[in-house]
Structures are given as structure tokens and as C-alpha cells.
Design a protein around this ligand. Structure first.
Ligand code: FAD
Ligand code: NA7
Length: 487
């Protein structure tokens, strides 16, 4: 330990990336402290230790998605012989759901706190900012400030939902920070923004029995394969989610009855309005970097986004590092933050040289019918390698378990993108269907091992599963043949 400083590593932000780095660093013998502080959302929601994923992200989202899937299963179960009273009168109790979700989160907050204590990581519920490159001021809830010094500082402050600059947005809107603990059932909901968070929220709300509308400014799921993205939106629409395309909100007003009157403008500059009980903004997230007073240490931020352009997680200030959602042009995903944090701690305190590989990170959109993918989208593959160099394989398929309840299979679709010549290495895999995350995870490992199309075809499937469809895929887009199942 360097006697000049209180700590070997001070982590600002006790979320996915920060906690992973802190735990790895103490395991390697470093003296570590973590500051974590949650500023209440505009409507006053706040939460405990653990960051976005645990409190207002992946975990509550997946639990609400599961609630939605169970509701769907109740309806299907009658076809399988279950003597369900009358599925149409079965309702989800919002309070019971949110209570269960919040209780789980509180137990995770508690376990995290105990773990920090046992590992001897010092934890402070304080909002940190830079005084100089080795000194952090931590502002506690009571306004008191505490000073910390450290040899290395890790920025892992993540981000928070953005709000548009329109009248009524901050006063009456909510975000993903609020939805999972909303005291009152959301009722008729307008979700503004068509990124994965917007689609997931609209999807589970619709499945839970609430009228849900997505307002799309341009396209759905920017950055994802657009054919897959549009298939997801089409499936949501089929299930009753409404979409308003090419529209931008302009004003939200509260009516005398407490409901919200939302005004929006379409691409012909026509104005429209409708009444909703809840307006949820999912228009992207803003990193919490400016609050760190980066100017005090000359820390450079990307001007447009306020994100940090680190090289191997090292910022332009040599002893200051960054991981997770604050990083410029890196996937905003929990396992990415965790892996980068852990590898960084090993490089700092364990003589490791291993670097984080941000390429081919798999992800899943937990829309009602899920979408999992790894590697390149069709557009990206064409842009990078040219249409002539790649082959696109695709197929519609029918999950075995869909037959008896006669579930709609029209959007169960998969796609594999590979080099057309040479070793025919697989560049991207895309799956829409049940358990997409479970399906795509193993294929991500295969791609990491340089999976080729012939090897994929030489893999014996597991029958009857949905994942085996990838081993059966053979129709190319180029052939123009029908990708519908031929049975
Ligand atoms: P965070 O987990 O956000 O942690 C940062 C912490 O630092 C927070 O607790 C914050 O309050 C605190 N903090 C901020 N500033 C300061 C300061 N100055 N001083 C002290 N503390 C501070 N990812 C997935 O992989 N899968 C999913 O299914 C998924 N679903 C998501 C669903 C939603 C609705 C959302 C919002 C996100 C989802 N994500 C998902 C993304 C995932 O949550 C983030 O990528 C991940 O949490 C980023 O980790 P992080 O360590 O960068 O920051
Ligand atoms: P995303 O993926 O950044 O998506 C934001 C969505 O909101 C997207 O559809 C945007 O449309 C839309 N948007 C952005 N600004 C506005 C305004 N002002 N009005 C209306 N609609 C708007 O954010 P998420 O919250 O889903 O996900 C968070 C992060 O996780 C994201 O950054 C990913 O990297 C991963 P656009 O396509 O820009 O027209």
C-alpha cells in the first residue's frame, strides 16, 4: 500500500462495474473504498446500494417480463388441460407485483452491503466529486462533506434517464427509474422512445393488461438489425401495443381529473393529442460525469454526450479510470461493466495484462417475444464487408409448444450472417422467439471461438428446442427461396 493515500482504489459509483472492480481489487490485496449515492428521480424515487441493474434496470425489468410471460401462460394452459377458471377474468395486481419486485431488490441491496462489509470494502453513502486527481469530496445526505484520497480512482457512475425539454415533461413524466416501484397501477401509458428500454416497458405493460402506446421519433431499436427490430415491433403491435410513428411530443398538461393530456407533432408538422394516465420517457440515458466536476482535474469528456473516451479504461488523467455506461461507444450492459471492472482491477493490482474485448457482446431485448443477438447486424455486415462477401441465411420456424395453444408463429424468425467464401466465419446471429437470451448465450461463446457456418451446420441439434433451429438453417436470402417452414 502507498502510505501517501488513504486507499489504493477509490470507486465512485456502487453499481455493476464499480462493485465488480472493488471486489476484485480487495481480493488482490488492495485497500478499497466505494462511494455510492442515488439522487432522487424528478418524481422523487430513490433506492439502495447496487446501481441501475439491480434497482431500476435488468432485475426489476426481467421480473416484470416474467410476470407478463406467466400471464400469457395462464391463457395457454387451458389448451393443455389446466382447468383455469376463466382466464379472461384473471387480473394482475400491480401492488402485489411491485411489492414482490421491491422486496427482492431490498434483499439484494442487503446482501450487497453485507458482502462489502465482510470483504472489508469501505462503503460510503456519499456523492463524490473531484477536488484533485487523487482527492475526492463525498457529500453525504446531511450535507456534510468527507475527503478521501486514493492512488487510483475509478469512475463507475453510470447514467440516468434523459427528459426532453418540453413543457410538463419533468413535472408529469416518469422514467424507468420510477415504473418498477410506482405506487399506483400505471393505467393507459404512453412510452416515448423506441430503444430497447421503451419497447420492453411497453411490452410488459401491455401484457399485464394496461393500454400501452410507443411513440417513435424515427426508427425502432436504432443500432440493432432493422429487419429484426421491425419484426419485434410488428409482433408487439399484433399483441395490442399501439405505435405512433414519426412523432415528437411537444407538451404534457395535467387535466382537472388528474389525467395527462399529451400533445405531439407528426412529420407533416400536424399536431395531435390524446389522454394518458402515465407518460414514460425512455429517450436514452445521460452519463453522470458532469456532476464529478471533471474540470477540476482536466478530465476530458466527449462534448456531445458527456461520456468518457477512455483507452483500455484509462482516462486522459493517468490514475483515473472509467468503466460501464459512462464509456463512449461501448455497450451499455451490466456484464460489460462487470467484466471491464474485474479485468481492470487485475491489471492494476494483479500484474495482469488482459484487456477487455468489447466486440461480439451478445444481448437480448426482453420484448414480449424476445430478441437475442450477437455480432453484426445485416446492415453493418454489408457496410463493413460488402454485399458480395457475405451470405445471409434465414428461416421462420414453429416452436413445438406453440402448436397446442395455437399461438401465432408469424414472427418466430432467425438469421445468420456469415462470410460467403473462405472459412465462412459466422459474423452475426439473430433470434426472435422464446428464451432468446438463453438461446443466444451459447452461440456467443461459439462465435468467440470463431464459429464457421459449416461448423454450425455440423452441430447436432437438441430436439425439440427452439435453439436447434440455428443448426437447421439453410435458405439464403440471395436464393430468393421461401424461408417459411416447409412442413
Ligand atoms: P450503474 O449500475 O448505473 O451504477 C452507478 C452507480 O453510481 C449508481 O448507483 C449511481 O447512483 C452512483 N453514482 C452516480 N454518480 C455518483 C457520484 N458522483 N458519487 C457516488 N455515486 C454516484 N443491462 C443488461 O445487461 N441487461 C439488461 O437486461 C438490462 N436492462 C436494463 C433495463 C433498464 C430499464 C435500464 C435502465 C438498464 C438496463 N441495463 C441492462 C443496463 C445496465 O443496467 C447498465 O449497463 C449497468 O447498470 C451499468 O453499470 P455501471 O456500473 O456503469 O453503472
Ligand atoms: P436508446 O437506445 O438511446 O433509445 C432512445 C430512443 O428514444 C430512441 O428510439 C430515440 O429515437 C428516442 N428519442 C431520443 N430522443 C428523443 C426525443 N427527444 N423525443 C422522442 N424520442 C427520442 O435508449 P434506451 O433508453 O432504450 O437505452 C439506453 C441505452 O442502453 C442506450 O444508449 C443503448 O446504448 C443501450 P432516435 O432513434 O434517436 O430517433
Amino acid at each position: 500500500s502507498d502510505q501517501k493515500f488513504m486507499y489504493d482504489l477509490l470507486v465512485i459509483g456502487g453499481g455493476s462495474g464499480g462493485l465488480a472492480a472493488a471486489k476484485e481489487a480487495v481480493n488482490l490485496g488492495a485497500k478499497v473504498a466505494v462511494l455510492d449515492f442515488v439522487t432522487p428521480s424528478p418524481r422523487g424515487t430513490t433506492w439502495g446500494l447496487g446501481g441501475t441493474c439491480v434497482n431500476v434496470g435488468c432485475i426489476p425489468k426481467k421480473l416484470m417480463h416474467q410476470a407478463a410471460l406467466l400471464g400469457e401462460a395462464i391463457h395457454e394452459s387451458a389448451a393443455y388441460g389446466w382447468q383455469v377458471p376463466d382466464p379472461n377474468i384473471i387480473k394482475n395486481d400491480w401492488q402485489a407485483l411491485t411489492t414482490a419486485v421491491q422486496n427482492h431488490i431490498k434483499s439484494v441491496n442487503w446482501v450487497t452491503r453485507v458482502e462489502l462489509r465482510t470483504k472489508k470494502i469501505e462503503y460510503f453513502n456519499a456523492l463524490g466529486y473531484f477536488k484533485d486527481q487523487h482527492t475526492i469530496c463525498g457529500k453525504m445526505k446531511n450535507g456534510e462533506e468527507k475527503v478521501f484520497t486514493a492512488k487510483n480512482i475509478l469512475i463507475a457512475v453510470g447514467g440516468r434517464p434523459r427528459y426532453p425539454d418540453i413543457p410538463g415533461a419533468l413535472e408529469y413524466g416518469i422514467s424507468s427509474d420510477d415504473i418498477f416501484s410506482l405506487e399506483k397501477a400505471p393505467g393507459k401509458t404512453l412510452v416515448i422512445g423506441a430503444g430497447y428500454i421503451g419497447l420492453e416497458c411497453a411490452g410488459f405493460l401491455n401484457s399485464l393488461g394496461y393500454d400501452a402506446t410507443v411513440m417513435v421519433r424515427s426508427i425502432v431499436l436504432r443500432g440493432f438489425d432493422q429487419q429484426m427490430a421491425n419484426t419485434i415491433a410488428q409482433e408487439m403491435e399484433r399483441r395490442g401495443v399501439h405505435f405512433i410513428y414519426q412523432a415528437k411530443p411537444s407538451k404534457i398538461e395535467k387535466q382537472a381529473d388528474g389525467r395527462l393530456l399529451v400533445h405531439w407533432v407528426d412529420k407533416e408538422r400536424q399536431t395531435h393529442q390524446d389522454i394518458f394516465d402515465t407518460v414514460l420517457f425512455a429517450i436514452g440515458r445521460k452519463p453522470l460525469t458532469e456532476e464529478l466536476k471533471p474540470e477540476n482535474i482536466g478530465l476530458q469528456l466527449i462534448p456531445e454526450t458527456a461520456k468518457i473516451d477512455a483507452i483500455d479504461e484509462q482516462t486522459n488523467v493517468p490514475n483515473v479510470y472509467a468503466v460501464g455506461d459512462v464509456l463512449h461507444k461501448k455497450p451499455e450492459l451490466t456484464p460489460v461493466a462487470i467484466h471491464a471492472g474485474r479485468l481492470l482491477a487485475r491489471r492494476l493490482f494483479g500484474n495482469s495484462t488482459e484487456q477487455m474485448d468489447y466486440v461480439n457482446v451478445a444481448t437480448t431485448v426482453f420484448s414480449p417475444l424476445e430478441y437475442g443477438c450477437v455480432g453484426l447486424s445485416e446492415e453493418a455486415a454489408i457496410a463493413i464487408h460488402g454485399e458480395d462477401k457475405i451470405e445471409i441465411y434465414h428461416a421462420y420456424y414453429k416452436p413445438t409448444e406453440f402448436f397446442i395453444p395455437q399461438k401465432d408463429v408469424s414472427n418466430c424468425y432467425i438469421k445468420v450472417i456469415a462470410f460467403r467464401n473462405g472459412d465462412q466465419r459466422v459474423l452475426g446471429m439473430h433470434f426472435i422467439g422464446p428464451n432468446a437470451g438463453e438461446v443466444i448465450q451459447g452461440f456467443a461463446a461459439a462465435i468467440k471461438c470463431n464459429l464457421t457456418f459449416p461448423k454450425l451446420k455440423d452441430t447436432v441439434g437438441i430436439h425439440p428446442t427452439v435453439a436447434e433451429e440455428f443448426t437447421r438453417i439453410s435458405v439464403t436470402k440471395r436464393s430468393g427461396l421461401d424461408p417459411k417452414p416447409q412442413s
